[in-house]
Design a protein around this ligand. Structure first.
Ligand code: SF4
Length: 231
């Protein structure tokens, strides 16, 4: 059936959004949702696992770390409503991967062009640091999801945790361990049966405000990922 992958992704999204497997993260996401940031006091926080977003027929996947406390955990859409989202979406727009340069809320009209965005961990972790066990617990969702995307050619891993999650997912797909060392802008090829991977620094304020990742460098790596995904 032509749209069976879309149905599978919808069922998987439902399963993810209902997940309560990591008790520490469930408590944290709900605590943030109740306490809120003063500037968002009128918001009804999402406070659940944040599903992926974008084009299910995309050849390119962008993978982040986890939702931000007052970004994805508030808005319910990955890379939406926080400084990392603003930086990434502006860069995606510049690279021709998004119809607009902003990502503010779920109904803001953002459409991704040939891109699907997910995260290694679906619930906001305290201090943006999921434990190794939480990463392992969430990984099967990513494996299932990436196996379901029919046209996947390139995964752009944003940051070290997404990079490791991608290697683990590709190892699962290959049924053998695949390895790589993180290097911004590096392209990793693992043979004709597996998607390629590119590494990038994460567009977090920690990186973008300190010069580790400039807008120019992010646009460059996004364009590189786009070209590879369309080749
Ligand atoms: S991080 Fe993943 S596995 Fe853990 S509760 Fe959230 S969705 Fe479930």
């Amino acid at each position: 059936m032509a749209d069976s992958h879309i149905e599978k992704l919808a069922a998987l999204t439902e399963e993810i959004v209902a997940c309560r497997m990591c008790t520490r993260l469930v408590d944290w996401r709900e605590k943030i949702g109740k306490e809120k940031r003063a500037s968002y006091k009128d918001w009804d926080y999402w406070a659940k696992p944040v599903p992926s977003f974008g084009d299910p027929d995309a050849p390119l996947v962008l993978l982040g770390l986890a939702p931000a406390a007052h970004g994805g955990n508030r808005t319910g859409r990955v890379f939406t409503g926080d400084p990392s989202a603003s930086f990434l979406t502006a860069a995606m727009h510049e690279a021709g991967l998004a119809n607009q340069p902003t990502s503010e809320h779920r109904d803001d009209g953002l459409i991704l062009n040939g891109v699907y965005i997910g995260a290694a961990v679906r619930c906001v972790p305290p201090g943006d640091k999921p434990t190794p066990e939480e990463q392992r617990t969430c990984l099967p969702y990513l494996v299932k999801e990436l196996k379901t995307l029919p046209n996947l050619k390139v995964i752009l891993a944003l940051g070290h945790i997404a990079f490791r999650a991608t290697l683990q997912t590709l190892s699962d797909m290959a049924q053998e361990r695949v390895r790589g060392k993180f290097l911004h802008g590096e392209v990793y090829r693992f043979g004709p049966e597996l998607p390629m991977m590119i590494a990038s620094y994460h567009p977090s304020p920690r990186n973008t405000n300190t010069g580790v990742l400039s807008m120019e460098a992010l646009v460059k790596v996004l364009k590189q990922a786009k070209e590879l995904s369309l080749s």
